[in-house]
Design a protein around this ligand. Structure first.
Ligand code: GLN
Length: 529
C-alpha cells in the first residue's frame, strides 16, 4: 500500500517548497522507506524546455531526457534517487493527454470537463509514479501558491484523491511564511491563517503546517496557528531560515517532523540514520580554506539558472574541504577587459547557454584561462566556446564559430548534425538525456572518473564538427571523450595545461552531496593548487 504526501505552498512563492519536499523525502528515506517524488507545475507549457531562464530558472534534465523543473534537481540530490519524465507533470501535459483521448473518441460521447476529466488525469499521474517507481511513499509537490487560478484543478484533484485513498494513506502538508515585523518584534500569523482558509475553502484541511520564519517560532505564534488553522500544536512545524540548505532535513528532524509524518501515516518507525548527512553538513560548514571560481555566464543575476552548477560546486568544495566562493560574472562585461574580472579567481567555469549574447566575452575568458594556466571547466556551450577559442587563437582559423550564432561561419567548428538540420519543432527536439562516453586513458577526465565508460546527460542541438577534428588535434587539442555510436566528440582537453577540460554534456546534474561529480571535484582540486 503506497502512502501519499502532498505539499502545497501559501502566501508567496520562493519559500523553498521544493527543498522542503526534498528534505521530507530525504528524512523518510533515512528511515528505510522507498520514496518517489512528483512535481506538478501549473503552467500550460508541456515542459520548461522552451522557456527562457528568466521565466523559469534552470531546466533540469533527467536520465531519460525529460526537460523538467529545477525542483527535480533538489529531489535527486536530497533523496539520492534518479527521476524520469513521469516525475514532473505540467498542466500542458494533462490537457494534451485529455484532448488527445477526446479526439480518439475514448470518452464515449461525454462532455469533457475540468472536473472530473482533468482532475482524474491528474490523479492517474500520481498513481503512475507509485506504480512505476514501486514507491512506498510518493511525495507530490503542487507548484504555485494556493489561491492561484492555475493550481485549482490540482488542489481539487488531491482533495478527491484523499477521499478515494483514505485519510490514513494521505497527508497534506502546507508551507507558509511567517513574516517578522521588527517594529513590534512580532511574528505575524495572519497570512498563514488566510492561506489555510483558502485551502479549506476547497475542502483541504492541512495535517501539518511548515512555518518558514527568520526567527524562532514563538509559543504564542504556534498556539495561534494551531487554533485558527485547526491543527494540533505539535503539527505546527518551524522551518527556520538557514544558510546551508542541506541543514534543513536536520532541522526538520529536530522538530520531530519525521516521527510526526510516520505516526500520521501509520508507518513503522525505524531509527533515524542521518549520521552521514550530519557529517557532510559539518564539512560544508567548517571549510579549511577558500577557493574563488569565476562563473562567466549570461544569466548571472538569476542564480536559479545555474542551480545544479552552484550545488555541484558546493559538493566539490566539501570534498576538497574548502568553501567555493563563486563569482558570477556577466559574460558581456568580460569582453572588454578579462583581466579586470578574472584576475582574482583561481578557476574559471563557463556554463551552458543559448543565444549569442555574451559569447565573445566567454571566448575571451577561456583564452585568459588557457593562456594563464587557470583551471578551466567548460560545460555544453562552454565546451563549444572553448573549441571556437582554440580554433581561432591556436589553430589560426580566424572565421571559426558555431553555426548557432553565425550560420555562414567560414569555419563552422560547431555545427548541427544532418539529422538535426531537418528538425523544425522546438520542444523536446534537442539531444536530450543520458548517453555513453568512452574516455581516453591519458586524460584529466579518466583520472577524475577512473573508469573507461561514463554516462552523462545532454541538452543541446549543436555538436563538435568532426571535419575540424584533425586540424585542431594536430595543434594540441585532445578529444578525450567520444560517444562511440556516432563518433561524436564529448570532451576536449588541453593536456599542456594544469587542468583544462570542456564537456558537451551537463555533469552538474549528477553531482550529489555525498558523492561530488568527479570533474567538479578535480576542477576544484586543481584550482586550490
Ligand atoms: N546552445 C548550444 C546547443 O544547443 C548549447 C546548449 C547548452 O549549453 N545547453 O548546442
Amino acid at each position: 500500500m503506497t502512502k501519499y504526501i502532498f505539499v502545497t505552498g501559501g502566501v508567496l512563492s520562493s519559500l523553498g517548497k521544493g527543498i522542503a519536499s526534498a528534505s521530507i523525502g530525504a528524512l523518510l528515506k533515512s528511515r528505510g522507506l522507498k520514496i518517489s517524488m512528483l512535481k506538478f507545475d501549473p503552467y500550460l507549457n508541456v515542459d520548461p524546455g522552451t522557456m527562457s531562464p528568466y521565466q523559469h530558472g534552470e531546466v533540469f534534465v533527467t536520465r531519460d531526457g525529460a526537460e523538467t523543473d529545477l525542483d527535480l534537481g533538489h529531489y535527486e540530490r536530497f533523496v539520492g534517487i534518479e527521476l524520469s519524465s513521469h516525475n514532473n507533470v505540467t498542466t500542458g501535459q494533462i490537457y494534451s493527454a485529455v484532448i488527445e483521448k477526446e479526439r480518439k473518441g475514448q470518452y464515449l460521447g461525454k462532455t469533457i470537463q475540468v472536473v472530473p476529466h482533468i482532475t482524474e488525469e491528474i490523479q492517474k499521474r500520481i498513481k503512475k509514479v507509485a506504480r512505476k517507481d514501486k514507491a512506498q511513499v510518493v511525495i507530490t509537490e503542487i507548484g504555485g501558491t494556493v489561491g492561484d487560478i492555475e493550481s485549482l484543478p490540482f488542489l481539487e484533484a488531491i482533495r478527491q484523491f484523499r477521499l478515494k485513498e483514505g485519510k490514513e494513506n494521505t497527508l497534506f502538508i502546507h508551507l507558509t511564511l511567517l513574516p517578522y515585523v521588527s517594529s513590534s518584534a512580532e511574528l505575524k500569523t495572519k497570512p498563514t491563517q488566510h492561506s489555510v482558509g483558502k485551502l479549506r475553502e476547497i475542502g483541504i484541511q492541512p495535517d501539518l503546517i511548515l512555518c518558514r520564519t527568520q526567527v524562532p517560532l514563538t509559543e504564542e505564534a504556534r498556539s495561534k496557528i494551531s487554533l485558527f488553522c485547526n491543527v494540533e500544536k505539535r503539527d505546527v512545524i518551524q522551518a527556520i531560515e538557514v544558510k546551508n540548505v542541506y541543514e534543513i532535513p536536520l532541522k526538520f528532524e529536530k522538530e520531530r517532523l519525521t516521527k510526526n509524518i510516520l505516526r500520521k501515516l501509520d508507518l513503522s518507525i525505524s531509527h533515524e540514520n542521518l549520521n552521514e548527512w550530519r557529517k557532510w553538513v559539518e564539512k560544508v560548514n567548517n571549510p579549511e580554506g577558500e577557493v574563488k571560481i569565476g562563473v562567466v555566464g549570461k544569466y548571472v543575476r538569476m542564480k536559479d539558472t545555474y542551480k545544479s552548477i552552484y550545488e555541484a560546486l558546493i559538493h566539490a568544495g566539501a570534498a576538497n574541504r574548502v568553501k567555493v566562493k563563486s563569482l558570477w560574472i556577466e559574460a558581456e562585461e568580460v569582453e572588454e577587459n578579462p583581466k579586470k574580472y578574472l584576475d582574482s579567481v583561481e578557476g574559471i567555469l563557463i556554463p551552458g547557454g543559448f543565444g549569442g549574447r555574451g559569447i565573445e566575452g566567454k571566448i575571451r575568458a577561456i583564452q585568459y584561462a588557457r593562456e594563464n594556466g587557470l583551471p578551466f571547466l567548460g560545460i555544453c556551450l562552454g565546451m563549444q566556446c572553448a573549441t571556437i577559442e582554440f580554433a581561432r587563437n591556436v589553430a589560426r582559423l580566424s572565421g571559426a564559430n558555431t553555426t548557432e550564432f553565425d550560420p555562414g561561419a567560414p569555419q563552422p567548428v560547431i555545427d548541427l548534425l544532418p539529422e538535426q538540420k531537418k528538425v523544425k519543432k522546438k520542444g523536446g527536439t534537442m539531444r536530450l538525456g543520458s548517453y555513453p562516453c568512452r574516455l581516453e586513458k591519458e586524460s584529466f577526465s579518466y583520472r577524475a572518473y577512473k573508469k573507461p565508460v561514463i554516462y552523462e546527460r545532454h541538452r543541446h542541438r549543436y555538436e563538435f564538427n568532426n571535419e575540424y577534428r584533425q586540424i585542431l588535434t594536430q595543434k594540441g587539442l585532445k578529444a578525450t571523450g567520444i560517444f562511440p555510436e556516432k563518433d561524436l566528440v564529448e570532451i576536449i582537453e588541453i593536456p599542456d595545461h594544469p587542468w583544462f577540460v570542456a564537456v558537451q554534456f551537463h555533469p552538474e546534474f549528477q553531482s550529489r552531496p555525498g558523492s561530488p561529480h568527479p570533474l567538479f571535484r578535480d576542477f576544484i582540486k586543481a584550482a586550490i593548487k
